[in-house]
Design a protein around this ligand. Structure first.
Ligand SMILES: [Zn+2]
Length: 60
């Protein structure tokens, strides 16, 4: 589990299935289609679940 600082338009993309998850999940954990990447974020924090090598941060 890692805490990251993030900007408002960040998405986290799973490199395995290509799913993109918006950083702000309103304190619910949202997983990508293949469950390799989970995001749990709100205004105060963003936590990332899963293996770091399976995800990349993208800006839109
Ligand atoms: Zn995935």
């Amino acid at each position: 589990m890692a805490e990251v600082e993030t900007k408002k338009e960040s998405y986290f993309k799973c490199k395995k299935c290509g799913d993109e998850i918006y950083w702000n999940t309103h304190k619910r954990v949202i997983y990508c289609k293949c469950d390799a990447l989970g995001v749990d974020g709100c205004e105060d924090y963003v936590r990332l679940l899963g293996d770091e090598k399976n995800r990349e941060e993208i800006m839109k």
